[in-house]
Design a protein around this ligand. Structure first.
Ligand code: PEP
Length: 251
């Protein structure tokens, strides 16, 4: 029987990659995915904006999906240096990450801003991956679940359904640090996220919830097996094709 929530393994390349290396990485992932012939999981790569078009061309026909790492809420206009969801779509993207903690921190993105970006993704026909996650101070003061609830309620637009939304739980303290929550902590956070989504969506039971934060080939098996985990958002571990494919294999 097909799983109700097809696992999604998403690579966030962040601000890494010049054309030659990025194309080699994309080709490596595409070849691995083709070889594996997976139909029970989705593999997505999110290169820097400069490479979305070239990577889309490079992975064509392999089944690998391509996404952006951010978008502006507007279609076009006087927003120097920004790109719209429509531009990502035009360059070959099908997904976009919104509200990554690095953007929330570096660019002061609030929940309302993130919600506007998710709405822009819908407008352009992209699937938004809405990121939420607590800081270390929030976790240590016992506020993790409250923070996740506030971020979800503020960042998920009205009208969301499982087909139009992916949520990524990324504890800020686990990103790029080599630290991860325990499997039980991941499962507890994901169960809470799904409970909160039940109040926001008609079909919260089938929304895909990704875990992100120091996922590697060596820990993907146990993290992805945690309750309510439907895939991973992977930073550092997505920059080497072999490592990223090992994570996808564990899904
Ligand atoms: C991320 O930035 O989305 C991420 C999860 O990074 P890393 O895997 O490097 O912790």
């Amino acid at each position: 029987m097909a799983r109700m929530r097809r696992p999604l393994i998403a690579g966030n390349w962040k601000m890494n990659g010049l054309r030659a290396d990025a194309l080699a990485l994309a080709t490596g992932v595409a070849e691995g995915v083709k070889r594996a012939g997976w139909i029970d999981r989705e593999v997505l790569v999110c290169p820097p904006a400069t490479l979305v078009m070239a990577v889309s061309e490079a992975v064509k026909g392999s089944g690998v999906l391509v996404g952006g790492q951010n978008c502006h809420a507007s279609v076009s206009g006087a927003h120097t240096g920004d790109i719209s969801a429509e531009m990502l779509r035009d360059a070959g993207a099908s997904h976009v990450i919104v509200g990554h903690s690095e953007r929330r921190t570096d660019c002061g993105e609030t929940d309302a801003v993130v919600r506007g970006k998710a709405e822009a993704a819908w407008r352009a026909g992209l699937l938004p991956i809405v990121c939420i996650g607590e800081t270390l101070a929030e976790r240590e003061s016992g506020r993790t679940l409250t923070v996740l609830e506030t971020q979800l309620k503020g960042s998920v637009p009205v009208g969301a359904t499982a087909a139009k939304l992916v949520v990524a739980y990324e504890p800020v303290w686990a990103i790029g640090t080599g630290k991860t929550p325990s499997v039980a902590e991941v499962a507890a956070a994901h169960a809470h996220i799904r409970r909160v989504l039940t109040g926001l969506l008609p079909d919260a039971g089938v929304v895909r919830l990704l875990y992100g934060g120091s996922v590697k080939g060596s820990n993907a098996g146990e993290l992805l097996a945690a309750g309510d985990v439907d895939g991973a958002l992977v930073g550092g571990g997505s920059l080497k094709a072999e490592e990223f494919l090992a994570i996808a294999k564990a899904a």
